[in-house]
Design a protein around this ligand. Structure first.
Ligand code: SF4
Length: 417
């Protein structure tokens, strides 16, 4: 048993039940979903097939994949990987087809990002940039564990949160280094072999990089081993490269091959098509649920269709039997319009989910009065939440019976070690 599994946080039945698949993969007791996807054979070459036929095939193969996943959860062995193309390559091909009329997220820009002559709301062409990657020790305890969460930070975003707490990478699409799927795979491969408990795909926003990430995961599912040049390229953005991490290749292996849980850490402003692809590859999901059903997503983030998109996607996770936990950041002056409805929706639709009701909002980006970017129209959120606002939020979560206290307060009560 690893250090992760020994944390006392797993003694909590709600957390253990919500994240049991993730823990089994992190511990290499089970293969990651990408390993299972590689065992579901395709009968044709996806590159030579129409996109409509590819979606139809995904719909046909998903129930087979789910049945195999459930059997493995119940103790069945992993079948051998397909010799030819598999569900893994189908997902990769679909992501690249979507890129040519981009509908990764509800902006539905329908531009050809592969051509790179027009840009959508995320301002990206086909290239992806990574700002940094490292052993993240600031995530929730069940993700950071003792060795850190293997986090890969991408630039740019499909929302425009005035208060963004990562504004340097979400608003600057040129931050970091241009990368490619093989270099991304090298980052994930290294972080996991250095002991990280998961591979944490995050931004900015990650869904706008769907093609590159799906391609990298497909490589990891097909006996990928990085070249020296790829390792050197990956190292350029490794923020903790001057620390020494012992390589423990055995900690990254199931049944003799690479293994790691894939964590999708996202604003959840994604289309159903993106969700269908990610269902095959994601072992644990981390939706960020920010705004209530009113106008706040528009006034603070210039994002339409926010509530209906995010609630639909989180409800799908529950319907699909996925492992997930939710984050909600308490914002000043937005407890009644955002925090309360978000918590109430969670209580009514996904009450068993661990929730992190976060207190660390600070004025940043366009709502930081000390910044040249500051705009007066964001004065209402240009401060930290008050003690009373935080207490009201936690009291409401308690009244609703949410599973939030261990997740939100573990740093205060040293529950983990
Ligand atoms: S990811 Fe979203 S914002 Fe970017 S081009 Fe595609 S649909 Fe538009």
């Amino acid at each position: 048993m690893s250090d992760l599994a020994q944390l006392r946080v797993w003694d909590d039945p709600a957390i253990h039940a919500a994240l049991s698949w993730y823990l089994d993969v992190a511990e290499n007791r089970c293969p990651a979903k990408f390993r299972i996807a590689a065992t579901v054979a395709l009968q044709f070459d996806p590159a030579a097939t129409s996109e409509d036929a590819l979606w139809a095939e995904l719909d046909d193969l998903t129930p087979i994949f789910i049945a195999r996943w459930q059997a493995i959860r119940a103790g069945a062995p992993l079948p051998p990987a397909a010799d030819g193309p598999s569900l893994l390559e189908l997902c990769r091909e679909l992501a690249y087809r979507m890129l040519t009329h981009c509908n990764f997220c509800p902006w539905d820009c329908r531009i050809d990002r592969a051509a790179g002559t027009k840009f959508g709301a995320c301002k990206l062409a086909a290239g992806s940039r990574v700002s940094s990657h490292f052993h993240h020790t600031g995530e929730e305890l069940f993700y950071r564990g003792t060795q850190g969460s293997g986090t890969i930070f991408f630039t740019s975003c499909n929302m425009r949160c005035a208060f963004c707490q990562n504004g340097d990478i979400s608003t600057d699409k040129d931050n970091g280094e241009e990368t490619d799927p093989r270099t991304l795979a090298a980052m994930a491969w290294t972080l996991r072999r250095e002991g990280c408990h998961n591979i944490n795909w995050v931004g900015g926003e990650v869904v706008i990089h769907l093609h590159a990430i799906v391609h990298a995961i497909a490589l990891l599912g097909r006996d990928y081993a990085p070249t020296r040049a790829e390792l050197a390229r990956a190292r350029k953005t490794k923020a903790d490269r001057f620390f020494w991490f012992d390589e423990v290749p055995g900690a990254a292996v199931y049944d003799g091959r690479f293994n790691a849980p894939m964590l999708w850490n996202s604003n959840f402003f994604m289309t159903i098509e993106s969700m269908k692809i990610l269902r095959i590859l994601t072992d644990v999901w981390l939706p960020d649920f920010k705004f209530g059903p009113g106008r706040c997503a528009m006034t603070l983030a210039k994002t339409p269709w926010y509530w209906e998109t995010v609630t639909r996607n989180i409800a799908l996770l529950d319907e699909w039997g996925e492992d997930f936990s939710i984050r909600h950041l308490v914002m000043p002056n937005h407890v009644e319009c955002c925090t309360y409805p978000v918590l109430e929706w969670i209580a009514s639709r996904v009450p068993a989910s661990p929730v992190n009701v976060m207190e660390q909002f600070h004025p940043d980006n366009f709502c930081d009065p000390a910044s040249a970017k500051y705009r007066d129209k964001y004065a209402e959120i240009a401060r930290r939440p008050t003690h009373a606002e935080l207490e009201d939020s936690w009291r409401r979560a308690r009244e609703l019976g949410l599973q939030f206290e261990i997740t939100s307060f573990e740093r205060h009560n040293a529950l983990g070690m």
